[in-house]
Design a binder for this molecule. Structure first.
Ligand code: ATP
Length: 360
């Protein structure tokens, strides 16, 4: 494992004395050139964590170390402008009366005029904004403003760039292309980044590793594949995408379920809560061989263009199943569900039984 570029250790922040901390004992590292994401619902403390790393907010406890230099720690506080960290805000925070060139050049205030001129033109070219350099921000589209904010943030060649929901105000089509462009630019320049987002699909596609936050704490850190396919808790399983929860008895890594005898990954023995993604359930005709699986009836169907999500009632409970666009089954059909795999997860204190959105 290479030496981390950034290490956040036991970070804690409480805004009001009579309230629980907004950020509680957060620990993670970001490696050189790595793109990391903090993912979680609104209010879970993502932005606060990012602002402490940037130096806009002071921590009550914990340390932030970058390149072996303590930026935040006991009696140590390095101001934002001396941290060597770039920041792209959600609203881009461009100066309204400065044009594109001046906004970008502002990120390199300490350089000589000549160096500043050359580097500004270089980063404007990198983000494809050379032709619009004389425009004022309010004459730019959201995507163009985003590029200017990005150019301003990377002009001083930061080793680490912090991105606070930078794509959220773009429409869905532009969001994906902008995301891909930003990612390619970061990779080309070897800049590490931390993206803060509440959109799971964005975190999964943008980051190489991500941390899932809940109520100020980090529930799980891992690659997108690991947190999606091997969630440790019911919260992470649920937040990362639609899933089905069932209780089952696990013995020697297998469980007998309404979907047959299923291999269970994750730490479990005895009674356990299992998470089974809709794409891990296979729908078969009811007369198929089913290794003890029970029959069910399709009660809902959501067409998504490229595929369907069916809702199937088995033994009085509803389960989500993902099927191809050419699935032959319809609402009312009797079917058998077979689980390909299941993951044992730690239950939440208050576990909800499935979801009902997106399904008719
Ligand atoms: P969002 O996605 O909505 O931005 P978030 O996960 O980034 O949410 P934070 O912005 O870190 O969450 O806020 C976490 C909690 O801390 C919220 O309840 C917020 O109101 C509170 N909070 C943030 N900044 C301050 C502040 N300066 N003073 C008091 N409370 C604050």
């Amino acid at each position: 494992m290479p030496t981390p570029l950034l290490t956040v250790n036991a970070l804690t922040k409480r805004f009001r004395a009579n309230q629980s901390p907004t950020v509680k004992n957060i620990n993670f590292s970001v490696y050189p050139g790595e793109i990391f994401a903090l993912l979680g619902p609104s209010g879970c403390g993502k932005t606060t964590t990012l602002r402490i790393i940037a130096g806009f907010e002071q921590a009550d406890a914990g340390t932030v170390v970058m390149d072996k230099r303590i930026l935040t720690g006991d009696d140590i506080y390095v101001p934002p402008e001396s941290r060597g960290i770039g920041f792209v805000f959600q609203d881009y925070a461009l100066f309204p009366h400065k044009n594109v060139f001046e906004n970008v050049a502002f990120g390199l205030r300490k350089a000589t005029k000549k160096d500043r001129q050359e580097r500004t033109l270089e980063v404007l070219s990198m983000v494809g904004m050379t032709d619009l350099q004389a425009r004022l921000p309010h004459h730019l589209s959201g995507g163009e403003q985003q590029r200017v904010a990005l150019a301003r943030a990377i002009i001083a060649r930061p080793k680490l760039l912090l991105l606070d929901e930078p794509f959220s105000s773009l429409d869905p089509g532009l969001r994906q292309t902008t995301r891909e462009e930003v990612r390619a630019l970061l990779k080309a320049e070897g800049i590490s980044a931390i993206l803060v987002t509440h959109a799971q699909e964005e975190a999964l596609s943008f980051a190489e590793r991500l941390g899932v936050m809940k109520d100020g704490t980090l529930e799980q850190v891992g690659t997108p594949e690991a947190v999606y396919q091997q969630p440790k808790t019911a919260y992470v399983a649920d937040f990362l995408g639609q899933t089905n929860f069932i209780e089952a008895h696990v013995k020697n890594g297998f469980a007998q379920t309404p979907f047959g005898h299923v291999k269970v990954t994750g730490e479990a023995a005895g009674d356990a809560l299992l998470s089974i993604r809709p794409e891990c359930l296979k729908m078969l005709a009811s007369d198929s061989w089913s290794s003890g699986a029970k029959t069910g009836r399709i009660v809902g169907q959501a067409f998504k263009g490229h595929d369907y999500t069916h809702r199937v009632e088995v033994g009085g409970r509803h389960y989500f199943v993902q099927n191809d666009y050419n699935c032959p089954f319809q609402i009312g059909d009797t079917v058998v569900l077979i689980a390909v795999s299941a993951v044992a997860v730690t239950p939440e204190t208050q576990q909800t039984d499935g979801e009902t959105d997106n399904v008719a």
